[in-house]
Write a protein that binds this ligand. Sequence first.
Ligand code: SIN
Ligand code: CO
Length: 381
Amino acid sequence: MQLDLNGITPKQFLEQYWQKKPLVIRQGFKNFKDLLSAEEMAGLACDEMVESRRVFKANDEWQAEFGPFESYEELGEQDWTLIVQALNNWVPEAEALIQCFDFIPRWRLDDVMVSYATPGGGVGPHIDLYDVFICQGSGRRRWRVGDLGPHKEFAAHPALLHTEAFDPIIDVELLPGDILYLPPGFPHDGVTIEPSMSFSVGYRTASAKDMVSAMADHIIDNDLCNEQIADPDRVISEYSGVVDNTDLERIKQQLFATLDDKLVSEFSGRYLTQSKCELDLPEQPLGFQSLDVTEQIKLQPLIKLGGLRCLYFETSVADGVLYINGEQQQLTAGNEAFIAMLCDTQQLTSADLTPWLDNSQVIEQLTDWVNAGYWYFDDID
Ligand code: SIN
Ligand code: CO
């Protein structure tokens, strides 16, 4: 699968559109094939591990239901949409689609969402907080996109936040292989013209509020940042009721000083690798020994589990630090090339691992991750 941004480079895309304005990319994918069939998707939405919802109108009122679903018969032939979140956690083919957008780092990725809609189906006009590449698969869908602005939002249903009618700045019909890029904040409304599948590669960051709040929990849990705000350089105070600008600056500086690279990376490494949706992990640790891994890798690659989040920081990778699925992991210093390979690529081959085969710490650690289900061999009886 190859992405063609219609004559602009990824660099130009980032400079001109990313987080700034919407873009319609005609035939971004040549001969685009759906990542799964509608039947397979309906099957996934019957699984309680999978996050799914369907949206439709009944008696002119918006309705939303959450899966797992048992049957679809009552829905009829039109005016409904079925959505499955985190398709990449369940369908390995979704990985190829994500890789097309790897000019944006994985820590920014949220998930691949798939939407199947019958004619007239859609989720209604709304605003999202995230960037998304809506990749049209089979079928046709009309998208209207409005400009940024003070759009009033309201709950059309307890689970559906809609926005009022807007003047479109984009009004297009997407055909298979076309892509609509939307930054956060632009109201949009997609209505299906003929039975349609679309695959949305979504990117999301956290709000400062959520991160500060989670960081406070991290500080408390780990008993960090116990330094008192200090003022040994205090001068005479003229007004006893005031916090003057020098004092405000001192408080700010001392608070900011606690937010050093170590604290922010150790907190956000854990925070950013937490998975929002279920991962397809084994219930019990698997029973691989190091030797099994080094033997198997000669026969087949080790594949990173779909949806597994792992990352390293430029500032601490040389110390052997990486983050996987919400946890900090520590290898000995000097393993940065291994860590980078682990996090930057989606599968490891025998050739990739060759330089580390004699490094027992690395191989034992990797074996632990294989036993946890974070990396897997596809073909194991
Ligand atoms: C959909 O694909 O059905 C909805 C996607 C969106 O507008 O966010
Ligand atoms: Co949307």
